[in-house]
Design a protein around this ligand. Structure first.
Ligand code: SAM
Length: 245
C-alpha cells in the first residue's frame, strides 16, 4: 500500500514538473517559429528580407567579437560589462516594432558595439537620428568606418549626420533628446546598471526604453511589454518601458 502511495506521489510530481516546464520554459524552436510568423505577417516582408541580406553584406567582413576581445586586452579591461554580443536584424525589427517609432524621432543605442542596432534602426524606421555610444575605441571605429559602405548599400536611406557614433561612456552622454533608447544590458553589472537607472530617471516623459535582460524598477517607468527575442547568443528577455512621469 505504502509503495502504491509513493508511486502515485512520484507520478503526480512528475506531471506537475512537466506542466510547469511547459508553461515556463520558452523553447528555441517555439521562438524561432514565432519570429517567422511575425515576419510573414509584415506587409513589407519582402523589403525586410532584402534589407536583412544587405545588412549581412554590411557586416560580412567584421568580427565584432574578436575586436572586442582584442580591445579589452589592449586596454587591460577584463570586466564582464564588456563581454560582447549583438542583435539579429529580423529579431531587432520585431523588437523595434514594439515601440512604434514615429517619423523624426531619435534613437540611441547605449553600448553600441560595432553599430548593428544603430544601422538597423536607420534602415527600419524614419528616425531623424540614430546614435550609438560605445566605450571601446576599436568597436566605435569599426561602427563609424561602416558608414561609407552603408551609404553605398542603402543609398536612399543615407542622410548626412543621420547616423552618429560617440566614443564615450554611456554615463557621460546627454540623452535629453532621445525618444527611443536601446540597452543590450545582459552583461552590465549591478553598479553600472544602477547608474544607468539613475541617469534614465531624468529622461523626458514618453521616452521608450528597450532593455535586454535587465529590469527598470523605477516608479517613473511603466512596463509596456516583456518577450523572449533572439540575440547573437540565443534567446533573451526583452522588456520595453515608457517614461510616464
Ligand atoms: C552586449 S554589447 C551590445 C552591442 C550592440 N548594442 C548590439 O546589441 O548589437 C554591449 C556593449 O556595451 C559596451 N559597453 C560596456 N560598458 C559601457 C559603457 N560604460 N559605456 C559605453 N559602452 C559600454 C561594450 O563594450 C559592448 O560593446
Amino acid at each position: 500500500m505504502n509503495h502504491l502511495i509513493f508511486l502515485l506521489a512520484i507520478i503526480s510530481l512528475t506531471i506537475l514538473i512537466v506542466i510547469w516546464l511547459k508553461n515556463h520554459l520558452h523553447t528555441s524552436s517555439q521562438e524561432k517559429s514565432e519570429l517567422a510568423i511575425w515576419l510573414s505577417q509584415q506587409a513589407n516582408q519582402q523589403q525586410m528580407i532584402q534589407n536583412a541580406i544587405q545588412f549581412s553584406t554590411l557586416y560580412q567582413s567584421i568580427n565584432s567579437q574578436a575586436i572586442s576581445v582584442q580591445e579589452r586586452k589592449r586596454l587591460n579591461r577584463d570586466d564582464d560589462v564588456f563581454i560582447y554580443g549583438e542583435i539579429d536584424f529580423i529579431s531587432f525589427a520585431k523588437i523595434l516594432a514594439l515601440v512604434s517609432p514615429k517619423s523624426g524621432e531619435i534613437f540611441y543605442d547605449l553600448g553600441s558595439g560595432a553599430g548593428k542596432a544603430v544601422y538597423a534602426a536607420a534602415i527600419l524606421y524614419d528616425f531623424s537620428k540614430t546614435v550609438g555610444v560605445e566605450l571601446l575605441p576599436g568597436l566605435h571605429d569599426v561602427a563609424q568606418s561602416l558608414c561609407d559602405t552603408f551609404q553605398k548599400l542603402f543609398q536612399s536611406l543615407f542622410v548626412k549626420d543621420r547616423i552618429v557614433f560617440i566614443n564615450a561612456d554611456i554615463l557621460h552622454v546627454d540623452l535629453s533628446i532621445a525618444n527611443v533608447i536601446f540597452i543590450n544590458a545582459t552583461c552590465f553589472n549591478y553598479t553600472l546598471w544602477q547608474k544607468i537607472l539613475s541617469k534614465i530617471a531624468n529622461l523626458k516623459i514618453g521616452t521608450r526604453v528597450i532593455v535586454v535582460s535587465k529590469k527598470v524598477n523605477h516608479s517613473a517607468y511603466q512596463l509596456i511589454s516583456e518577450s523572449f527575442e533572439w540575440m547573437s547568443w540565443g534567446l533573451s528577455v526583452v522588456r520595453v518601458y515608457q517614461k510616464i512621469s
